[in-house]
Design a protein around this ligand. Sequence first.
Ligand SMILES: [Zn+2]
Length: 255
Amino acid sequence: MLRNTQDILEKINILKNLLLNNNKNNVLTGAGISTESGIPDYRSKGTGLWEKFDPMKYVSVTALMTDPKKFFDFNIPTWTKYVNAQPNIAHKVIAKLEEMGYIQTVITQNIDGLHIKAGSKRVREVHGHLRTCHCMECNRTYPFEEMANQYFAGKNPPHCSYCNGMLRPDVVLFEDPMGKDYLKALEDMEGCELLVVVGSSLQVYPVADLPSFAKKLAIINKEETPWDRYADLVIHESIGEVFRHLADIMQINVN
Ligand SMILES: [Zn+2]
């Protein structure tokens, strides 16, 4: 249950009014929105994946090119869990808010695809996604399962069946340039009246700069962020609880 319930409920009411009273509202989401779908956070103190593993050694272009076997050993089992995860109440309420016209664009740092699974239509996956992979030689695109199936059948690293080039996921690895969705996200931030940050610690650049393009800022995150002191509203609380209450007071039905 919520700590300081009265206080939090008042804040959720302010969030509702911010959504209703502004016209161009975007949402920016990070790993924290997906933890309740069973996907581990990267940077939380004590439990974050990158507290135990150096991302440069496991999810960088250098890691892929110098030791592809180790790269796929580390990543394919994790990514397979992401692919099988299901959206939670926060993803679902955000999709409904878009449908109702209160949210224009969802910008996400997550590669789990859960916003699209939840029904969000206008989604910018600035770090890529796990629906597809491609051949590094001939650029052919395959479903993610092609890479995963080869891996689990003992073919590591997985290869293109056409030219035998190595396959790689369509995610933005460390050392990769930002993808085209990031440029679209920048365009979407033009004239943004309200940005609602959900489950991002706003520490990974360039995404951490996006709040500077919004007139108003609301942050829902379990932990403090560097942007908290500039925000119009800050809620440090379970994201699932916040969206459950928001759904209640806005009479949004999710199943
Ligand atoms: Zn190929």
